[in-house]
Write a protein that binds this ligand. Structure first.
Ligand SMILES: [Fe+2]
Ligand SMILES: [Fe+2]
Length: 327
């Protein structure tokens, strides 16, 4: 008979689970803490092309977070032995659902119902977005089986790291680029919280992948497979970037940012970078580093746009009149 085990956090299972658990908790946030309505004037001042690009970028991001929350994290969790690592993944899965919802929080403040309908319709029909979702999902679906090879698990983890550390960034570029110049700043505070989360997710899942890689019977073959997947996704990212950024003249800069993040994904998996990166737009880097929020995953939770979450509950004693005060 199968013995069910309870997660015991008093016995360390590895060197990093508790550290990642605590850091994830420290980064906790929800979309409704933020006030994107502060961006309404900024939104109206954007050109129609810029607004279109922004909406499409956020639509694409919503699709990736939906896939990661509904499929990626739960499927990976099934094949990870450490119960503490499973708990970290479960927490990350919940955050992916918050990420996916938070784009809707931004949409609902800046876009009309008709616009929102159009964005979701576009997402469902855009061939490049659908291609990247189906490529990643293909590896996640293999994890749906109970009996899988170590290589299948490794490739599923690689697909997850590619999604987290690479595929999001063509979408993150525009909110960060605008924010770096003082536009759509309140909405960018939400985006920056998502970037900080994706950063820690990519590092954590990358470590899980590295653990599996060490045990592979044919690691070279697996490495070839992951590089082939990266290249296929990269070619698609270039076309996706052209489709959404040509009208606003940012294609070349976004492609550079895409290569920069593809290298980061490889490094999270323990491999050398393969793309030559000349210069990432400093405005985008600046967009990540404004004083209110920080990209570094060891950052604290803090932004100027948060609503107050420090609620002091009233107690019975608070209603007792202080008779020492002279009227
Ligand atoms: Fe996410
Ligand atoms: Fe994530």
């Amino acid at each position: 008979m199968k013995q069910y085990k309870a997660v015991n956090w008093n016995e360390p299972e590895n060197d990093y689970a508790l550290m990642f658990w605590e850091q994830n908790i420290k980064q906790f946030w929800i979309d409704t803490e933020y006030i994107p309505s502060k961006d309404i004037d900024s939104w109206k001042a954007l050109s129609p092309e810029m607004r279109e690009c922004y909406k499409k970028a956020l639509g694409g991001l919503t699709l990736l977070d939906t896939l990661q929350s509904h499929t990626g994290m739960p499927k990976i969790m099934d094949h990870i032995d450490s119960l503490q690592n499973k708990s970290v993944l479960a927490y990350m899965c919940m955050m992916e659902a918050i990420h996916a919802k938070s784009y809707s929080t931004i949409f609902t403040t800046v876009a009309t119902s008709r616009d929102i309908e159009d964005i979701f319709h576009w997402v469902q029909n855009n061939k490049y977005l659908q291609f990247k979702a189906s490529m990643i999902d293909k590896y996640y679906r293999k994890l749906a089986e109970t009996d899988i090879s170590k290589e299948d698990l490794f490739m599923g983890l690689c697909a997850s790291v590619f999604l987290e550390s690479f595929l999001f960034y063509s979408g993150f570029f525009i909110p960060l680029w605008l924010c770096g110049q003082g536009h759509m700043v309140a909405s960018a505070d939400i985006i920056k919280k998502i970037v900080a989360d994706e950063s820690i997710h990519g590092v954590f899942v990358g470590l899980l992948a590295q653990d599996v890689y060490k045990k592979l019977p044919h690691p070279e073959k697996a490495k070839e497979k992951l590089l082939a997947l990266l290249n296929e996704l990269y070619e698609n990212e270039l076309k996706y970037t052209e489709e959404i950024y040509t009208e606003v003249g940012l294609t070349a800069e976004v492609k550079e940012y895409v290569r920069y993040n593809a290298n980061k994904a490889l490094m999270n998996l323990g491999f050398e970078p393969i793309f030559e990166v000349k210069r990432v737009n400093p405005i985008v880097m600046n967009g990540l580093n404004v004083e209110t929020t920080q990209h570094d995953f060891f950052s604290k939770k803090s932004t100027n746009y948060e609503k107050s979450m420090e609620i002091v509950h009233l107690r019975d004693e608070d209603f007792v009149m202080d008779t020492s005060i002279a009227i």
